[in-house]
Design a protein around this ligand. Structure first.
Ligand SMILES: Nc1ncnc2c1ncn2[C@@H]1O[C@H](COP(=O)(O)OP(=O)(O)OP(=O)(O)O)[C@@H](O)[C@H]1O
Ligand code: SF4
Ligand SMILES: [Mg+2]
Length: 321
């Protein structure tokens, strides 16, 4: 059985102006030591999916259906207290989107790393062991242990991101979810952080879910890729399958919009914007932007089908009606 298996997950925001179906029937699995990249445009539900996996969806959102199976536990059936004491940070931890800018300005790095562990511990807490662990992890992420006494305003962006990565590893998790961990960094620091993830993954045998709107980042680190559009996964497969043989017109559009320095190919972009998720288009949610849209696309939602072993796509171009 996979380390993490998500089946038909639905996470909705119950707002005054309607139900926002931010994650709608999403399924995927993650094996031990594997990196899954999740990509899609802003607002397609990537962060909501990540919060769901830790049962941290903010109100008015909640998990409305489906299963999140982690080592024989279904998180959707566990109480918040149980998830906090058994799963959060110990089995699955998270680097939140923008976390490096949310470090507490009044506490030094050591205090914040120790606090992350204290908050997620149940029972006795050994302060000294936690501080030693923090010093060890700072070295693992390429910082000196002198950083323990530094305050966030004394750190560069890259150093803050390394601290946040160390924080996510304090309780020796098996799965780390990283939500846009390189987005706010310049390209050189971005490359250093990606290399750090590759090193940590090998050294600690981590499984990771790497979330970004930037497909070139996913290509660097992921074994498997899920492409999300308007709350749904529209294509899913190994990195090779999705990058070398993209089948969904949305994936094809995303790949054409990546600048290529050595190629004379023009950059293209996908016209239009993603739909609001309170009232998405009927049928295939991508149809208003799709150059291949047919009548059936406007009426019926395409099923997710396996086109080759492990390669799935939800598009009428690849399904029999
Ligand atoms: N608290 C909330 N209340 C209502 N709707 C919300 C809330 N948070 C998010 N949403 C909606 O849920 C959808 C998915 O948002 P989410 O933040 O998960 O997307 P995302 O893919 O992470 O976007 P980004 O790339 O900008 O981080 C969006 O339509 C957003 O407007
Ligand atoms: S189902 Fe139709 S509209 Fe949707 S991506 Fe495929 S061809 Fe385009
Ligand atoms: Mg997000």
């Amino acid at each position: 059985m996979a380390l993490l298996e998500v089946k038909d997950l639905k996470t909705y925001y119950y707002t005054l102006s309607g139900i926002v179906k931010a994650v709608d029937n999403v399924s995927f699995s993650l094996e031990k030591g594997e990196v899954l990249g999740i990509a899609g445009e802003s607002g397609c539900g990537k962060s909501t999916l990540a919060w769901s996996l830790l049962k941290l969806v903010p109100p008015p959102g909640r998990i409305a259906g489906g299963k999140i199976l982690v080592k024989d536990n279904d998180l959707t059936k566990m109480s918040d207290d149980e998830v906090r004491s058994k799963i959060r940070w110990k089995t699955i931890s998270m680097i939140f989107q923008g976390a490096m800018n949310s470090l507490h300005p009044m506490y030094n790095v050591g205090e914040q790393l120790v606090e992350a562990l204290r908050y997620h511990s149940s029972g006795e807490f050994d302060e000294e062991a936690a501080l030693n662990k923090a010093a060890e992890l700072l070295e693992d992420v390429g910082l000196s242990k002198d950083m323990l006494r530094r305050y966030p305003h004394e750190l560069s962006g890259g150093q803050k991101q390394r601290v946040v990565i160390a924080m996510s590893l304090m309780a020796d998790p098996e799965i780390v979810i990283a939500d846009e961990p390189t987005t706010a960094l310049d390209v050189i620091v971005q490359a250093q952080i990606l290399n750090l993830f590759k090193k940590l993954r090998k050294e600690k045998d981590l499984s990771m879910i790497f979330i970004t709107h930037d497909l070139s980042v996913i290509a660097e680190v992921s074994d498997k890729v899920a492409i999300m559009y308007a709350g749904k996964i529209v294509e899913y497969g190994t990195s090779e399958q999705v990058f070398l043989n993209p089948l969904h017109p949305y994936t094809q559009g995303l790949l054409k919009s990546i600048p290529k320095i050595r190629s004379k190919e023009k950059i293209e972009w996908i016209p239009g914007v993603p739909p609001g998720l309170a009232n998405p288009p009927p049928g295939c949610r991508f149809h208003p932007r799709c150059p291949y849209a047919m009548d059936v696309c406007r009426r019926e939602e395409p099923p997710m089908i396996e086109v080759e072993p492990g390669h799935y796509v939800a598009c009428w171009l690849h399904s029999k009606r």
